[in-house]
Ligand binder design. Structure first.
Ligand SMILES: Cc1ncc(COP(=O)(O)O)c(C=O)c1O
Length: 466
């Protein structure tokens, strides 16, 4: 490589705006070593760049891109991001757009940031050189232990640290389980309605996918036994169904576990927000009732701490630990160590329990605020089937089936609600809105937000606005 090429690389990057005025560039010696050329070659290129005013040398403080350069903005040449799957695009937009009533986001205003910062510092200072290698594939052992302790006490499980596999979220947990245990044509059952990202994932990775309806008692296990007795996997959210928010009844739990034992099927329990219950009646994890190790439990810290940390976990049946380890070593990358260490401190020093207690009280209040605001602004429009727990509510349209249009309308006013009917895969649907309440700070705020869409809502549903 000659000096001309180096010169061209710099001018191109600077004019394209990728290398910005004021940014530091490598020293002559370092760049020469990096490119494998003589120092003289780089020196010649830098001399011209400095001479023409692209770079400025500041002696011992290094060379930078001329801070006084004015780079005219190029007409946008950014590659266009086109998503062909329109329903996926809608979901992602709703998930990522700012606004009221967002779904499944922990209360951001009440997170103990100071404590988290303190523990982060502590975890960083405790990092040892040998911890810069690949972290263990199944997770940081002290975190696996802390999670097992928590699950045994809070969710009634009876698991050992060795059964915990740390993953980076629901999708990675489900994919890892299916990659470990399923063979080509195994029948897999998902709930209808069911978690939209679950549907999308399963449609893509499972060839033999079927749905079982959910009613007021949760997954319809009679229907499962009648139509899909031969299934190998059932993926379900028994403590707090997503999205209907109902709990799987005790008789159905027993029926489901019995079937799994008899047919050697696996029940994958998605306990995504089971920590949040507001009455005295704590809904137990299905895994806590599973004496034959047929339930594979999937949990997450996305709801209890923060989604951006990307830490979740699987509780593996004891006999399968080796299989999971093998698959994990092939298809997974281990999770970053530092967040796991911070989380370990958060759990083992008792902050997690305190945080959950505080959030339960807060969410219960916020939930009531939203119910009450809905009744104030839209009296008689929705039917409520008061369920307990979780981080969202479902309100059903008393009349009509226009939940998609209604949600679109509300979204245009920054109310990020989901239409219930779009969570169904089969024809038999219910119509309503799925509404998150965790970040609503007062009833007045909820009323003001809901009122924004009042006139248009009345017009859409052809009801007389007062
Ligand atoms: C039904 C359901 N399961 C699982 C999750 C957890 O997702 P993750 O751990 O990937 O953040 C969520 C989060 O929104 C959810 O709604």
């Amino acid at each position: 490589m000659g000096y001309k090429e180096i010169y061209q690389r710099y001018t191109q990057s600077i004019l394209a705006g990728t290398l910005k005025p004021g940014e530091k560039v490598p020293s002559i010696r370092v760049l020469a070593e990096d490119l494998g050329v003589a120092k003289k070659t780089v020196e010649a290129a830098y001399d011209i760049l400095i001479g023409e005013g692209y770079l400025v040398s500041r002696g011992a403080r290094g060379t930078i891109v001329n801070p006084e350069l004015f780079i005219k903005k190029q007409p946008a040449e950014t590659p266009q991001l086109v998503l062909e799957d329109k329903s996926l695009k809608q979901i992602i937009d709703l998930r990522d757009n700012k606004g009221y009533f967002r779904l499944g986001i922990p209360s951001l205003d009440e997170f103990p940031y100071k404590k988290w910062l303190l523990l982060s510092g502590k975890a960083i200072r405790a990092m040892r050189p040998e911890e810069m290698l690949n972290p263990p594939i199944m997770g940081h052992p002290p975190l696996r232990q802390a999670i097992a302790n928590y699950l045994n006490i809070s969710r009634g499980l009876n698991c050992k640290a060795e059964q915990i596999f740390i993953t980076s979220g629901y999708k990675s947990s489900i994919a890892l389980i299916l990659q470990t245990l399923s063979v080509q044509n195994d029948k897999c059952i998902f709930e209808d309605p069911g978690y939209f990202f679950g549907q999308k994932l399963l449609k893509r990775i499972v060839h033999n996918l079927h749905y079982v309806p959910v009613d007021a008692q949760g997954l319809n296990v009679d229907y499962l036994l009648q139509h899909h007795h031969d299934a190998k996997f059932v993926i379900t959210s028994p403590a707090h169904h997503s999205p209907l928010a109902v709990a799987l009844s005790l008789p159905r739990r027993q029926q489901l576990l019995q079937w799994a034992v008899q047919t050697k099927a696996w029940v994958i329990e998605d306990d995504y927000d089971g920590e949040f219950h507001y009455t005295k009646k704590v809904i137990p994890a299905l895994k806590s009732q599973d004496t034959d190790d047929r339930v594979i439990y999937v949990g997450t810290f996305s709801k209890t701490i923060m989604p951006s940390m990307r830490v979740s976990y699987i509780v593996m049946p004891t006999e399968l630990i080796g299989k999971f380890k093998e698959t994990g070593e092939i298809i997974e990358t281990s999770q970053p160590l530092l967040p796991q260490k911070i989380l370990t401190l958060f759990l083992s020093e008792g902050h997690f329990f305190k945080h959950l207690k505080k959030m339960r009280a807060l969410y219960q209040q916020r939930r009531m605020m939203v119910y009450s605001a809905l009744e104030t602004v839209y009296p008689g429009l929705f039917a409520y089937e008061h369920t307990d727990g979780g981080m969202h509510i479902v309100v059903f349209l008393k009349q009509g089936v226009q939940d998609v249009q209604l949600a679109e309308l509300w979204n245009s006013f920054n109310l990020q609600v989901f239409p219930l009917s779009s969570w169904y895969s089969q024809k038999n649907k219910r119509y309503g809105l799925v509404i998150g309440y965790t970040n609503i700070q007062s009833e007045q705020e909820a009323i003001a937000a809901l009122s924004l869409a009042y006139k248009d809502t009345m017009a859409l549903l052809k009801l007389g606005a007062e």
